[in-house]
Ligand binder design. Structure first.
Ligand SMILES: Cc1cc2nc3c(=O)[nH]c(=O)nc-3n(C[C@H](O)[C@H](O)[C@H](O)COP(=O)(O)OP(=O)(O)OC[C@H]3O[C@@H](n4cnc5c(N)ncnc54)[C@H](O)[C@@H]3O)c2cc1C
Length: 261
């Protein structure tokens, strides 16, 4: 089985900052990690590989050259091959352009059975890239996967819902998005780390991915992030003590003052 896992390197924080002029993520001074859901996606790919001898796991990421560290970590966890899509031309892509570029690269890799993505990246937070890759490739997708079984050429998944789950199945090739409930990602081993630095991370630049230049980067992106902000922390609440008439009157007065009554 040929398994592909899409991983994104993200700042190790949920409070991302953007340059107000360019809209670019400010990465300086913020350590980077593999997006947490993507580690679950990778773990699942590695589990399938362990249980199906002859299978391979290829990790794919689109990002700046620094994403090499994330690729090495994935190799150290057990991935066989790593491809980093990296080039100035790709910078500024929105989720649509990102998924178009990644889908084009995956088509070039070809012959895949399962594509695993995380549900959501902790910086962009849109949860759009996985489903859009499936759309661009014209293959079925199952999102929010919390349990996965392989039955011949079919996947049978538990898809998490707010109040339970539903069981869905699809023929391969299929794209699945992983949530943290799916598994516990394994640690890198010392030998894995050593081997990871002997392997090659393939870099695919603009000329290696046959994309239409008009559909990528800032110019090719149909959406724009106008503003990003963290909500102001709310002030401390006020507690009224007592269960007498005066306290109730004070409460009512305050609610009227705030136009809540
Ligand atoms: C300069 C700049 C401008 C931008 N402008 C816009 C804009 O105008 N509009 C807009 O919507 N966004 C914009 N973005 C954000 C960009 O679109 C997202 O960072 C990117 O598309 C991923 O979306 P996400 O983080 O929401 O991922 P999600 O959709 O939440 O990620 C889901 C899953 O998809 C996979 N995935 C996501 N990204 C990658 C990746 N790069 N490589 C491999 N796998 C991946 C992972 O498995 C991940 O878990 C901009 C980014 C930059 C750097």
């Amino acid at each position: 089985m040929k398994i592909i896992v899409c991983i994104k390197q993200v700042p190790d924080t949920t409070e991302v900052k953007l340059d107000p002029k360019t809209g670019r993520l400010i990465r300086d001074g913020v350590p980077s990690i593999i997006n947490p859901d993507d580690k679950n996606a990778l773990e699942e790919g590695l589990r399938i590989k362990d249980e199906n001898p002859g299978s391979t796991v290829t990790v794919v990421s689109m990002g700046p050259p620094q994403a090499d560290v994330a690729m090495r970590e994935a190799l150290a966890m057990g991935a066989d091959e790593a491809i980093l899509i990296s080039g100035r031309e790709f910078g500024g892509s929105d989720t649509w352009a990102t998924s178009y570029i990644i889908a084009t690269a995956l088509r070039k890799i070809g012959d895949f059975d399962i594509i695993l993505c995380g549900r959501q990246a902790i910086d962009g937070d849109t949860a759009q890239v996985g489903p859009q890759i499936a759309e661009q490739l014209g293959i079925p997708q199952i999102t929010y996967v919390q349990n996965l079984k392989i039955e011949g050429k079919k996947v049978v998944c538990e898809r998490q819902l707010e109040d339970g789950y539903c069981v869905m199945e699809a023929e391969m090739p299929v794209l699945l998005t992983a949530i943290k409930e799916l598994n516990t990602p394994r640690y890198m081993t010392p030998k894995g780390i050593y081997d990871a630095y002997k392997k090659t991370v393939q870099i695919w630049g603009f000329k290696d991915v046959p994309v239409d230049e008009a559909k990528i980067g800032l110019k090719g992106s149909p959406t724009n992030v106008n503003r990003t902000f963290s909500p102001e922390p709310k002030g401390k609440g006020e507690m009224l003590e007592g269960a007498d008439r005066n306290t109730v009157k004070t409460l009512v007065d305050k609610l009227v003052e705030k136009h809540l009554l």
